[in-house]
Ligand binder design. Structure first.
Ligand code: HAM
Length: 450
């Protein structure tokens, strides 16, 4: 190779770029302010009702979900991200672990593990965090999604099984959605009875399903054998006529369960919370007893949710603690699909023509020449410490480029040339008024706040 010839870089085969895994997504800064507003509102509302935050691990022993959510549910039978632990210690070897598909099981496990019932006080716990289900991704349905949830549980002496608790949770949800400005939400409500009521209902369902089950889809045929209640959550179009004709749980409620449900309804009436009774609402998890509910929004473009229009779901789970080896601890809770709530709020804002543009910074500091970079950063530090929101450019930028960037992201541009630095001043232009003036550095803070 002669001295003047440049070495030619060996041609590398193009590497495929790595993308986020199917069903997961990045939330970028344009979107996260709305997420933060929703979470801040949830924290504020829940605090008014006496809830405290709990954070449980993102993965748990697989058995926890098998025992609580139920082996026969879609979640446990098809949708969990499960792996065998590679730990070397004998106690960890081959342990089956699972990314949590929901958070109620983890909260009840923590309640038992930390003896939270020991004090006798009612526990009101809330959580915000990601959950994982291997579902077919579509708008409003992801493999990693966020839930904002809450659980109220305690020993029977704490009043945890009172219908007042059910109504309080439902009224809190209605207030939360109203405070966020969600329009058109609808509360669907049912009672799936006690474990004993459910056992009687199961027998009746099996009898009713026996002569028709051959006409159902294969999934429903299997459910009819293993867990007939699950047939009721089926969305299979062709099976709907048969499912609608099946016996209703309402006809199998014991007088106690009926009275409990009637008291929930009476308390909701007293609070002015509107509801719609839906006898098919059994929910897709096995731990529910008595009250079950979902809040939906109308599906379609107006809500941005398509068919995934359940914003949140929940219910009572009076036997769950015992199923996990704990003491009696009746409870009720819910989980809001935060992704779906955000999609709804975004679609609503769009329909209203409301701008969801991010708010602008107080100032963009433009050093005029590389020599002014240190002074620019020092000025930014001072202004930021005083609570102003500030971005700094770079002395290599042309003036026009600095103005373009500043106009996009800030309300003011602060020009810092050699002259300004030596006289402890800055030239400030306010974009809204077009006004430009020299300001002493020690007056900059108050000038930029206006
Ligand atoms: P869930 O109905 O399975 O209940 O989920 C609650 C909410 O999470 C749903 O209404 C939906 O908004 C959201 N969600 C579920 N799966 C997805 C997904 N793949 N993508 C996006 N959002 C989703 C539970 O999880 C129970 N732990 C609720 C509960 C708490 N019951 C008593 N306490």
């Amino acid at each position: 190779m002669s001295k003047t010839e440049k070495p030619v870089a060996a041609k590398q085969p193009a590497r495929p770029t790595i993308k986020a895994v199917r069903g997961t997504r990045d939330l970028l800064p344009a979107e996260t302010p709305l997420w933060n507003r929703v979470e801040a509102t949830a924290r504020a509302v829940f605090a008014r009702y006496g809830f405290g935050e709990i954070r449980t691990p993102i993965f748990e022993a697989t058995e926890l979900f098998a025992r609580s959510v139920g082996e026969e549910t879609d979640i446990v039978s098809k949708e969990m991200f499960t792996w065998e632990d590679r730990g070397r210690a004998a106690s960890e070897k081959n342990a089956s672990l699972t990314l949590r598909p929901e958070n109620t099981a983890g909260v009840v496990r923590a309640y038992i593990e930390h003896n939270l019932g020991e004090s006798g006080a009612l526990q009101k716990l809330y959580y915000i965090g990601p959950q994982f289900r291997r579902e077919r991704p579509q708008r409003g349905r992801y493999r990693q999604f966020w839930q904002i949830g809450a659980e109220v549980l305690g020993p029977p002496s704490s009043g945890a099984d009172s219908p007042l608790r059910d109504a309080e949770v439902l009224e809190m949800l209605a207030s939360f959605l109203d405070e966020l400005g969600v329009r058109g939400w609808r509360l669907e409500l049912n009672s799936v009875g006690s474990v004993e009521d459910r056992a009687k209902y199961n027998v009746a369902l099996r009898e009713a399903l026996d002569p028709v089950k051959a006409k159902l889809c294969l999934d429903n045929q299997r459910r009819a054998e293993t867990n007939p209640l699950r047939v009721l959550d089926s969305k299979d179009e062709a099976d709907q006529e048969i499912i609608n004709a099946l016996p209703k749980i309402a006809d199998f409620l014991s007088p106690d369960s009926r009275a409990h449900f009637d008291q929930v309804l009476a308390a909701l009436d007293a609070c002015g919370v509107k509801y719609h009774l839906n006898p098919r609402l059994v929910r897709g998890l096995d731990y529910y007893t008595r009250t079950t509910f979902e809040f939906t929004v109308p599906s379609g473009d107006a809500t941005g949710l398509g068919t995934q229009n359940a914003l949140l779901g929940g219910g009572r789970y009076d036997g769950l603690s015992e199923m996990l080896g704990g003491p009696r601890a009746p409870g009720i809770g819910f989980a809001i699909g935060e992704d779906r709530l955000i999609l709804t709020l975004q679609a609503q804002a769009e329909a209203d023509g409301a701008s969801v543009a991010a708010s602008k910074l107080d100032a963009y500091i433009a050093p005029l020449g590389l020599a002014q970079n240190p002074a620019a950063l020092a000025l930014a530090k001072e202004l930021r410490a005083a609570g102003l929101t500030v971005e700094v450019g770079d002395g290599s930028f042309k003036l026009r480029k600095s103005f373009e960037i500043a106009d996009n992201i800030a309300r003011n541009i602060v020009l810092l040339g050699e002259d300004e630095v030596s006289t402890e001043t800055a030239t400030v232009k306010t974009f809204a008024t077009g006004e430009q003036q020299k300001v002493a550095t020690n007056e900059l803070q108050s000038h930029l706040r206006i």
